[in-house]
Design a binder for this molecule. Structure first.
Ligand code: CA
Length: 313
């Protein structure tokens, strides 16, 4: 036990030393590495929030992008609602950001349901969007949503029960994130996230979606660049309490997945890679607990900002 605590104390001392370096970094002038031409807007997924109990949904990511020059905004749309309703909310926020900054376009980066949400805005207002990046995006539906809808078909008592459970979860998230006046309709969210609901959405918003399930999609459509990356592991860190649930959900797939979305469903535009991350690692959750022997999720966002900058976006 002494050996364990000794290692723990040395680990903590190392962590404190590393943390002490952080203010020094921000005291220096930024390098410009992430200084994109257009502002970056981060868009959360289902049951998402901009911050809960002071913890950012995109944990540590806005700061890491801002540190080297990016202008970053975190959108807040309904945690649980249809892609179209969330998309209209995001469109209004994008217009506000453009008015505030004087920029002519934004770079949209969406996680999970944030993928289709950003695609909606690029579809209805391509002139306002420089790029759409989908991370663990539900672009061709999620088997988990299919299963939840399967046990709760429309108009049955079990739907009432399922909707009640989902509403309770949404209520909890709204409570911890300081309350929200945004409308919530969990069944509409689930319908958008099913395979059938996604196929219907893709008929109207096809830009960037691969014609073959697991390939690349078109990179440039209507002047908008499309990119994606995803995780393909379900359990990555024994200390993360969310790994168990993602591990169980991941068993429902029978193909590579991140615990909630299959690798093929996530594909959009130019696919940038599959990583040793689960659905929550993709946004560096919980609080940075991810596979410590693979690429840091935050690094992927920084590299992508640099990619956008290099592309003139
Ligand atoms: Ca994790």
């Amino acid at each position: 036990m002494t050996g364990f605590f000794g290692r723990l104390l040395r680990g903590l001392a190392f962590a404190s030393a590393a943390l002490a370096l952080l203010p020094l970094q921000s005291a220096h002038a930024h390098s410009g590495y992430t200084q994109t031409r257009y502002p970056i807007v981060l868009v959360h997924g289902l049951f998402g929030f901009d911050s809960a109990l002071g913890v950012d949904y995109f944990y540590g990511i806005p700061g890491a992008l801002q540190r080297d020059g990016a202008k970053v905004y975190v959108a807040q749309v309904s945690a649980a609602h249809s892609t179209e309703v969330r998309g209209e909310q995001l469109l209004a926020q994008v217009k506000n950001i453009l008015a505030l900054t004087g920029a002519s376009k934004v770079n949209l980066i969406g996680h999970s349901h944030g993928g289709p949400t950003t695609r909606y805005v690029a579809g209805v207002a391509p002139q306002l969007v420089a790029s759409v990046t989908s991370i663990g995006g539900v672009n061709r539906g999620s088997r988990v949503a299919d299963i939840v809808r399967g046990v709760a078909p429309a108009g049955t008592v079990s739907e009432t029960v399922a909707n009640g459970a989902a509403s309770a979860l949404v209520g909890l998230i709204n409570l911890v994130s300081g309350g929200s006046s945004l409308p919530q309709l969990p069944t509409a969210a689930l319908d958008s996230l099913t395979t059938a609901g996604s196929a219907q959405f893709n008929q109207r918003f096809a830009a960037g979606v691969p014609t073959s399930g697991c390939g690349h999609g078109a990179e440039l459509v209507n002047g908008v660049r499309y990119y994606s990356w995803t995780g393909t592991r379900t359990q990555t860190n024994v200390l993360d309490v969310t790994d168990g649930a993602l591990g169980v959900l991941g068993l429902a797939f029978g193909e590579a997945n991140d615990g909630l979305v299959s690798a093929c469903s996530s594909r959009l535009g130019r696919h940038l890679g599959d990583y040793r991350q689960n659905h929550l690692d993709e946004v560096n959750q919980l609080v940075g607990l991810r596979d410590w022997f693979s690429t840091d999720p935050v690094t992927l966002y920084r590299q992508h900002a640099n990619r956008l900058k290099t592309a003139g976006l």
